[in-house]
Design a protein around this ligand. Sequence first.
Ligand code: NAP
Length: 295
Amino acid sequence: MIDAQTQLYGVIGNPVRHSLSPVIHNGAFQRMGLNAAYLAFEVQNLGEAVRGIKGLGIRGVSVTIPFKTQIIPFLDRMDELAGKIQAVNTIRREEGRLIGYNTDWSGALGALEDKVNLTGKTVFLLGAGGAARAVAFGLKERGCRVFIASRSPKKAAALAEELGLVHRPLPLVGRPDADVLVNATSAGMSPSDGESPVAKEVLDKGMTVMDIVYKPLKTRLLREAEERGCRTIDGLEMLARQGAAQVEIWTGKKPEIKEIKEDLRRALDPHSAFRYQLSAVGNQGEKKTIDGSML
Ligand code: NAP
């Protein structure tokens, strides 16, 4: 129930109308019994948007393309890792000050560590954009040996040099000799579903392959990795965890990742007619079901 006590949260980006963040956060808020709502704001002028966030007392904001680095000069402070990554996907308002965090790295690491113990592992990371940067920092934090490759070799080489990682050229030739391969490029993302960032032959049986692309959920890379006998992790695992970490930063409470994943699967299911149902607890503690139209 939205009333005069409702706390407002949202996502700023452009374009943003495709965003799944409202699915993650409104579902989590309702299940946690919080009087809070989350909206998507398509922003033209970042400075004006920040004034709006401050002026209206918006509690927390997700930041997406193209503002993850552009937002930095508008913040009062960044937490340590967001400062190192130099990208912010989460803002928390604390006594009128805007503090920046990054949950992409912890979302990606959480998804990987759910399936693999990363200690002493060699990871092949594909991509040198914003998400790859966050994942690379996370892997370095865990002490992994990281090879990095991207279709723009200069970008991957620069990131490798900055972080002390090893740069490899694309296309990959022969066996990558890695325990884990992570795709953090947009290759394979709808409408280019037919693409894969690597040839099937480089995928070794026993390797863990994570694709952070989530539209479609089963990318060509993941299909081929399954065919080669690899363990696979889809993009929804990171998406749910980076969102759950945002809820925790804003509210101090951990939402159930399993339920966030269920909401996301329904939202991403092309056969669901974009309808979803959320079990929620009302202000008076009563259980209710909300049925809404999606996307
Ligand atoms: P970005 O900053 O634009 O970077 C995109 C990267 O992908 C660049 O390295 C780019 O190379 C590379 N690339 C694009 N198309 C390619 C292709 N066809 N073949 C090989 N490389 C290609 O974007 P981003 O924010 O890092 O996002 C990357 C992907 O991750 C997107 O699909 C996004 O939806 C997904 N993502 C998922 C999550 C999650 O929670 N699951 C979170 C964040 C992002 P160039 O530099 O040469 O263009």
